[in-house]
Design a protein around this ligand. Structure first.
Ligand code: THU
Length: 133
């Protein structure tokens, strides 16, 4: 999928966010390494901490559909700041990442900056840490 198509999809996903409390709409698109695309938006809750980020929603959709590896994950939010994934989402992304996985941070005008998971979550704890005899 071309970047312009992904940017349109991100805007569509942002528009579907349920964010009555923060009023901050976020959209996400994942391309898995097996070539499928998954969408997410943030879904807040009156019990505030139960809200789910856009990235978390896209990851759940990916896993439910049988994909387990993120080639690229795009995140789009508004405002001047970079909408980098929150700490919890960095850990969620890390679970399904490789060193080549790209995290693309976008604004409504386009791609702003790209990162690896090592950039965002160095010295991370992951599935390999749980391997033992
Ligand atoms: N949010 C996301 O969905 N993804 C991010 O990368 C940053 C923050 C959501 C969580 C909450 O619904 C709202 O944005 C404000 O924090």
């Amino acid at each position: 999928m071309e970047l312009s198509t992904i940017l349109k999809q991100l805007k569509e996903n942002m528009s579907r966010a349920y964010a009555p409390y923060s009023k901050f709409h976020v959209g996400s698109v994942i391309r898995s390494t097996d070539g499928s695309y998954y969408n997410g938006c943030n879904v807040e809750n009156a019990a505030y901490p139960l809200g789910v980020c856009a990235e978390g929603g896209a990851i759940s959709a990916m896993v439910q559909n049988g994909s387990r590896e993120i080639a690229e994950i795009y995140v789009m939010g508004s405002g001047d700041e970079l909408v980098t994934p929150c700490g919890g989402c960095r850990q969620k992304i890390r679970e399904f990442s490789t060193p080549e996985t790209k995290i693309h941070v976008c604004g409504p005008e386009g791609l702003r900056q790209s990162f690896t998971i090592e950039d965002l979550l160095p010295f991370s704890f992951g599935p390999d840490n749980l391997k033992h005899d």
